[in-house]
Design a protein around this ligand. Structure first.
Ligand SMILES: Cc1cc2nc3c(=O)[nH]c(=O)nc-3n(C[C@H](O)[C@H](O)[C@H](O)COP(=O)(O)OP(=O)(O)OC[C@H]3O[C@@H](n4cnc5c(N)ncnc54)[C@H](O)[C@@H]3O)c2cc1C
Length: 295
């Protein structure tokens, strides 16, 4: 067993090339090991002290978030809340304040839970993930990253260093909502992210919807129409329910999840459209709209 603390990306990549596994906040890796999900890897490299992984940059190219940025930072970042709101909604729902302080965006992505709360937002916001190894760097569209529950296209010798999101077009808004049975320390029963761009006159010029906790990976809804907002919302509900492939477990039956994801998808579209129209809805939308568990 070995435990290395990397202070630079290069140090981390060298450790990965020698077979170590990265640990960021440890809120999946360590907690999972304690719960008997999987033993801790024999060789770990801690990446939480690498300053360059903890930066958020906004420029003409869009948003770049270092993989080591915490959910708490994302939730509180004014430009992310204003322009990439769905991601702020998702991060703001993760666990408790303590979980959000230690849990990172890179860990959430690489842990690849189908119920992860940033996944649907990253899909509708067209994120690209930056992966580095001693051999170089590559960019992977988020939709190609997850290959199954807990499985990704990230090679064992690669470190996720950043997530890139393009600037949304004018008159755009996004939102991520989840159905939850309680208001903290909960995993999404189902979740949906939506990004909407409005045309002059308030009709929908472009829309994307992605779903969490209803398939082995985050799924993007195909075949959404544009045009009248109410009709787009209804179509999102119908198509989300149709394209979901949920399981039954202790928290919900597949039938219930299939129905609920339609309701949540429609609400995500409507909330995203309200933000696209300039309305300020606080992060996270779940709390602002009173969705999910009663307070
Ligand atoms: C009480 C509790 C509540 C939670 N609630 C939620 C919730 O509501 N919603 C939700 O989505 N999640 C939730 N989680 C899960 C967890 O907090 C998040 O997934 C968090 O973002 C994980 O980040 P981390 O830095 O702690 O990851 P770690 O545990 O450090 O790592 C997770 C995995 O990713 C790999 N990894 C980490 N960083 C990198 C990197 N940069 N490059 C390559 N691989 C990497 C690790 O090797 C490991 O396999 C909860 C966890 C706990 C303990």
């Amino acid at each position: 067993m070995s435990f290395t603390i990397a202070l630079t990306v290069e140090e981390a990549l060298t450790a990965l090339a020698r077979g170590a596994r990265p640990i960021a906040g440890g809120s999946d890796l360590v907690v999972g090991a304690r719960h008997g999900k999987a033993p801790l890897p024999d060789h770990l490299v801690a990446i939480d002290r690498i300053d360059s992984l903890r930066t958020v940059t906004v420029d003409d190219g869009g948003l770049a978030i270092g993989a080591g940025v915490s959910h708490d930072t994302i939730e509180r970042h004014p430009q992310i809340a204003a322009n990439w709101s769905a991601l702020a909604d998702g991060s703001a729902l993760v666990g408790s304040p303590a979980t959000r302080h230690v849990g990172t965006i890179g860990g959430n992505i690489c842990n690849a839970s189908p119920a992860m709360d940033t996944g649907a937002a990253l899909v509708v916001l067209a994120a690209t993930v930056e992966l580095a190894s001693v051999g170089g760097t590559r960019l992977v569209p988020i939709g190609e990253l997850w290959t199954g529950p807990g499985r990704t296209a990230v090679r064992a010798d690669e470190l996720c260093t950043a997530v890139h999101l393009p600037s949304p077009p004018a008159a755009s808004g996004s939102a991520y909502l989840r159905l939850e049975y309680r208001r903290a320390m909960e995993i999404a029963v189902v979740g949906a992210g939506a990004a909407v761009t409005l045309a002059p006159g308030g009709t929908v010029a472009a829309v994307r919807v992605a779903l969490s906790a209803v398939a082995p990976t985050i799924v993007e809804v195909d075949g959404l129409p544009t045009g009248d907002l109410a009709a787009v919302g209804e179509a999102a509900a119908a198509l989300a329910s149709e394209q979901a492939r949920p399981i039954s477990d202790v928290r919900a039956s597949d039938r219930y999840r299939r129905h609920a994801v339609g309701v949540i998808a429609r609400r995500a579209v409507l909330a995203a459209a309200r933000r696209a129209g300039g309305e300020s809805i606080a992060v996270p939308v779940n709390r602002a709209l009173g969705i999910g568990a009663a307070s």
